[in-house]
Design a protein around this ligand. Structure first.
Ligand SMILES: Cc1ncc(COP(=O)(O)O)c(C=O)c1O
Length: 436
């Protein structure tokens, strides 16, 4: 028998406090660390067989065609309640046309890294447009949101510095913190009193102090307390780095993100975002003052050593920013739809945690319940994502529902009926509440 360690292998840096390891092999299973590659693979195969035997394997479900509020999967027409495409922009005719025109004009790849041969005027236009959208002097592109977080942390922090993270920060922030070699610590999710204590303890002990958080926490749908975190950073001389992956396009009355939501333009020092969620493309960016952005272009390794964003994806993102501003109904409708679904779920008796955004968790407890609920909902015509340990803490498995601007009221009511019925059938809800 191979030796099996706890979730985090001993050879990894230990820092302080348990990290929110999101390196799920199959959500719902504690990651086991075996001594040999063969043992690791057989551990995975055994767990996969077990889940499949119980009809609880819900990963890699193939979708046929574009992902919007409805999708086709395994020959069925389903209401999609798990996509990050909050504004329903995948397949938008203007955005598709812009991408197609870019293929005709630029081809499909940039052919190199930005600093050398991969830098085009299209990239320059997109960076200027992102800067304007984010309300900053300049912006720099990377090939994904994940890479952006790793790039920023490893360029801005190193040995002798401190990175402070919310316990529920995204895995890419955690990975950036580990890679950069700085000391790191986590504060309890949403507990800014704890952050304040960590900042006080850090005074005078480190070079740079970075406070890094998601704007919308991706598994819970709650918002960072920007007023309080920005004030703490000012008071303690720390830099505030915010990952707007789930807020760009989706939060704020016009979709400009968390600063717009709180009316606090300029509060964030380093604004990170992705082009893969409300914006229907791929890539990531950092927006900030010209000095910061210029520095990142010359000192962040993923910018220097990885190929430029392909022109069609850059063109799609550029057009999408115009569409978001030209079609403000999308942001409004996304917010209304989220409110409608959240209220309906709460009326049925589900716990939706602290969600106030388009991400709505439906907390069910243990992993098996979340997998069973997802299976029942697929059978009833819904595509949903069950999330288990270690992506979320043990005992807090959930469906992570996401709402889109393009969902109709009928689709949301259909979803509520299905969720109520399935919850009652599995004994997760009282029958009379399910019909509320
Ligand atoms: C908060 C957060 N940051 C970064 C990322 C990574 O973004 P991308 O998928 O564009 O690499 C995600 C992805 O889900 C995320 O939720």
């Amino acid at each position: 028998m191979p030796r099996v360690h706890q979730a985090i292998p001993a050879s990894r840096p230990t820092g302080a406090g348990a990290l929110p390891w999101s390196e799920t092999i199959m959500s719902g299973t504690q990651r086991e660390w075996h001594d040999t590659v063969a043992a690791r693979i057989s551990g995975y195969l055994a767990r996969r067989r077990e889940l499949e035997a119980d009809d609880r394997y819900h990963l890699l479900t193939p979708i046929d065609g574009p992902t919007n509020h409805r999708v086709r999967s395994r020959g069925r027409d389903l209401v999609m309640l798990g996509s990050y495409s909050y504004l329903g922009l995948i397949g938008h005719p203007r955005i598709d046309a812009a991408a197609a025109a870019a293929v005709a004009e630029w081809g499909t790849g940039a052919g190199g890294v930005r600093l050398l041969t991969g830098h085009t005027t299209l990239h320059e236009r997109l960076e200027a447009r992102l800067a304007r959208f984010a309300g900053r002097e300049d912006a720099v592109l990377y090939s994904s949101g994940y890479v952006t977080n790793v790039a920023v942390l490893s360029a801005l922090a190193g040995p002798g510095d401190l990175v402070l993270m919310d316990k529920l920060d995204h895995a890419s922030i955690v990975d950036g913190a580990l890679l950069c070699g700085a000391r790191w610590r986590t504060w309890r999710h949403g507990d800014l009193g704890h952050l304040e204590r960590l900042l006080r303890e850090a005074r005078g002990k480190y070079g740079a102090v970075l406070v890094v958080a998601d704007s919308v926490f991706s598994m819970d749908g709650d918002l960072l307390d920007l007023p309080c975190s920005a004030a703490l950073c000012r008071e303690h001389g720390a830099r505030l780095v915010v990952d707007e992956a789930h807020s760009i396009g989706a939060v704020g009355h016009a979709g400009h993100g968390i600063e717009e939501h709180f009316g606090m333009e300029g509060a964030i020092d380093v604004k990170i975002g992705t082009l893969s969620k409300a914006i229907p493309s791929v890539g990531g960016y950092v927006a900030g003052d010209a000095g910061l952005v210029g520095y990142l272009r010359h000192y962040s390794r993923p910018f220097i050593f990885s190929a430029a964003l392909p022109p069609p994806q850059a063109a799609a993102a550029l057009e999408a920013l115009d569409v978001i501003e030209a079609e403000p109904w999308r942001v409004r409708r996304a917010h209304e739809n989220a409110e409608r679904l959240r209220r309906g779920l709460q009326a049925q008796g589900w716990d939706t945690g602290g969600s106030t955004t388009c991400v709505i968790p439906v907390l069910v407890g243990d992993d098996a319940k979340a997998f069973d609920l997802a299976r029942e909902l697929f059978a009833r015509g819904l595509f949903v994502c069950p999330i288990g340990h270690p992506a979320v803490p043990k005992g807090q498995a959930r469906l992570r529902l996401t709402v889109m601007a393009t969902h109709t009221a009928e689709e949301l009511d259909f979803a509520l009926e299905a969720i109520g019925e399935a919850g009652a059938a599995l004994g997760l809800l009282r029958r009379e509440a399910a019909g509320a």
